[in-house]
Design a protein around this ligand. Structure first.
Ligand code: ADP
Ligand code: MG
Length: 701
């Protein structure tokens, strides 16, 4: 019998959290640490020494022998280098040591991490700096210290640094506006984030036989299985017993690390699942999402599964995303996007709502590019995920409220719409936020849900973009309102909201985002429709984006230029690897299967013809002819792709290369795949050394 776990006993057991600090630190030190973490301030070295000693004692009690500065370089993954606490003494003994200096700063060699050219001009050395706002934890007998990673001269080489800077910028901007509104007790505003994570589980042994999944995270070939997701019988379906065990174990490991995993269910596609945590401060939520992805993979492996986090592992069925739920709340405990009982009278809510609407409108390209990756290009714009066009969904009630403000009319709410399902069931109030799943950016009650991020993305990126954009709008709004006298403030607010509405209402769209009509309508409204990485990423170094990032002290022009190079380079590399993997599979495994089947068909046809008359074996001959046609297509496709990859390798400029990969290599790959899938669809699966879609997708026990 598996032992029952008591969640309250294990939750956060491996985290140096508030409870541990309170118990283990002197009172004054504890206070200093808590306030500086909250306010984003530096800690003095003496304080750090005390904290380090307490952390070390605690970690050793949990079996730790090592510590590591844990950071998030531009690879999108996390990085760590382990040092032991061990320090030999002159008499041949050892001490377990860990100083404040070691806690605060590390000096890893930065030269093997992507720097996008920043390193060329500066030293190879990089620094990791302790982030006291995200708690340290013990994992794999090691004390993990969340850190920021920057170059010798202080340029950000990671995703955490700009995220922290963006949270500061948003806090300052929101506090300023709140002070104008008279809320002078607010000192700090927090970005809150809850990121729902989608993933696939497939049998590990089958996974290992698919070179494309192993190398690229997605299948590059594969005819559709006779059954896909059309029956919609997987969504919220009963969990298979072993999948359920996997989820229990995953929850347990996440809870021990203080990650508030809350909801789990089957997703739309076969073998697809989702996990949602309770929201946290953005910085911690990002750290926790990185850990969640890592632990999902680890636990899957233990259960004989492979966990796929790619945005589009299989053609023909849904891909995976990561809904980024985002809001802002004050240190006095108020969610600034909570409409309250009477939103029409809640000017503060309306102002913050307007700031977000304006931010999404003014910075569509920034939001879009913050989620642009080779993997996510397969999702956005296909009829399953939000479209590549960024728009805001508000729901009927809020849209009506804003309309009445713009028209200068008094808003009368219709009142709660009650739905009665059956007499025995309680009356349920209809959710005023609707459930429009086709919008990329939807208001969902007291937060916005950005649905465009891909499943493997670090959520730092979209949150940096959102924070920067909203901070910028708030600053503009404060500038306009701060000159109004107390008596005129209400009127000034009304005027500002009206003015902003007429400027930005084009970004509001409450209809179905998957239709062609919307694409046409969006174009008429002048909204951007950036379909791919090479279309979106160049905006990162546009004057507008550089300006908003620099003026809010989030990223400098040089840092943005380095990121631009890194994103494009990542894209080019991903496609290069995909093209080579596809060629390798086609030339070896696909042709082996197809030729072997052709052989058997020919043998059979010859035998039949010698036994019977010349018109025998019509079935074999007909399949053989079809296979031969597919093979001819495959040969042509291979030759073209091989030649074009050579061309791609010779393009120097990263943007030009990205365009070439997108326009030429991707379409070569699609054309080749079409012939391969055709051949696969007429060849029995056993002829191939790799498992086909039907096995991959319906293999879970
Ligand atoms: P959904 O709207 O997708 O059905 P929920 O209401 O359960 O789901 O919320 C989804 C996610 O949004 C969860 O991770 C939840 O913690 C998060 N969330 C809720 N409130 C906030 C908030 N104020 N800020 C950020 N995230 C939030
Ligand atoms: Mg959701």
């Amino acid at each position: 019998m598996e032992q029952e776990i008591k969640v309250t006993d294990i939750y956060g057991g491996m985290v140096f959290n508030d409870k541990q600090m309170k118990e283990r630190l002197p009172k004054d030190v504890y206070k200093t640490v808590v306030t500086s973490a909250k306010m984003g301030e530096h800690l003095h070295k003496d304080v750090a020494d005390v904290v380090a000693a307490a952390m070390k004692e605690w970690a050793i009690e949990l079996g730790a022998t090592h510590f590591t500065h844990w950071f998030q370089p531009m690879t999108g993954l996390t990085a760590e280098k382990h040092d032991s606490f061990l320090s030999p003494t002159s008499d041949g003994q050892i001490l377990m040591e860990f100083s404040g200096k070691e806690l605060i700063k590390g000096e890893p060699d930065a030269s093997s991490f992507p720097s996008g050219g920043l390193r060329a001009t500066f030293e190879a050395r990089g620094y990791t700096a302790w982030d006291p706002s995200s708690p340290a934890f013990v994992k794999d007998k090691t004390l993990y210290i969340p850190t920021a990673f920057c170059s010798y001269k202080g340029e950000a080489l990671d995703k955490k640094t700009p995220l922290l800077r963006s949270m500061d910028a948003l806090s300052k901007a929101a506090v300023d506006l709140l002070h104008v509104l008279g809320k002078t007790d607010v000192k700090h505003v927090d970005t809150t984030v809850g990121s729902e994570q989608e993933y696939f589980l497939i049998d590990k042994d089958l996974y290992k036989k698919r070179k494309d999944l192993v190398m690229c995270g997605r299948t590059l070939i594969g005819a559709n299985a006779p059954k896909g997701q059309e029956m919609e019988d997987h969504y919220f379906g009963v969990l298979k017993p072993k999948v359920s065990e996997f989820m229990h174990e995953l929850d347990k490991e996440l809870w021990e690390l203080g990650i508030p995993a809350k909801t789990k269910h089957n997703e739309v596609a076969p073998a697809q699942h989702e996990l949602a945590p309770v929201f946290e401060t953005a910085n911690i939520a990002v750290d926790h999402n990185q850990l969640t992805m890592e632990i999902m993979k680890k636990v899957a492996d233990k259960f004989g599964y492979a966990c796929l986090l790619h945005e589009k592992p299989f053609a023909g069925i849904n891909g995976s995303g990561k809904h980024n739920n985002w809001s802002i709340s004050t240190d006095t405990g108020e969610n600034l996007l909570n409409p309250g009982k009477n939103p029409a009278e809640n000017k503060q809510f309306i102002l913050f709502l307007m700031a977000v609407i304006a931010a999404v409108d003014d910075y569509q390209e920034l939001l879009r590019l913050s989620v642009a990756t080779a993997g996510n290009d397969h999702r956005l714009g296909a009829n399953e995920a939000p479209p590549a066009i960024i728009s805001v969904f508000l729901g009927d009630d809020l849209a009506a409220l804003l309309n009445s403000i713009e028209a200068g009319e008094k808003y009368s709410a219709e009142g709660d719409k009650k739905i009665s399902y059956a007499h025995v069931l309680p009356h349920i109030t209809m959710d005023n936020t609707d459930r429009n799943r086709t919008s990329p950016f939807a208001f969902t009650g007291n937060k916005f849900e950005f649905r465009a991020p891909g499943s493997s993305l670090s959520v730092a990126q979209p949150n940096i973009a959102l924070n920067a954009a909203v901070a910028d709008e708030l600053k503009k709004m404060t500038a306009k309102l701060s000159s109004a006298s107390k008596e005129n403030l209400d009127q000034a607010i009304d005027e500002l909201v009206k003015e902003m509405l007429s400027e930005h209402k084009k970004i509001i769209f409450n209809g179905n985002g998957y239709t062609d009509e919307w694409v046409a309508e969006a174009e008429k409204r002048g909204l951007l429709n950036l379909k791919s990485v090479p279309e979106a990423v160049p905006y990162l170094i546009s004057d507008k984006v550089v300006n908003v990032m620099e003026s809010n002290d989030i990223l400098s022009k040089e840092e943005l230029e380095s990121r631009y190079e890194i994103y494009l380079d990542n894209y080019n590399k991903a496609l290069h690897i995909e093209a080579l993997t596809l060629l390798d599979m086609v030339k070896k495994e696909v042709s082996e299967g197809v030729i072997s089947y052709s052989n058997d068909l020919s043998d059979s046809a010859i035998k039949k013809s010698s036994l019977l008359n010349g018109s025998a074996a019509t079935y074999e001959k007909s399949v053989l002819a079809k296979l031969d046609e597919a093979e001819a297509g495959i040969l042509k496709g291979v030759e073209k792709l091989e030649a074009d990859i050579k061309n791609a390798e010779n393009v120097e400029n990263t943007l030009e290369a990205a365009k070439y990969y997108h326009d030429t290599i991707l379409s070569d790959m699609d054309a080749l795949r079409e012939c391969v899938d055709l051949a696969e669809s007429i060849t029995p699966g056993d002829y191939f050394s790799y498992p086909t879609y039907d096995k991959l997708l319906f293999s879970l026990r």
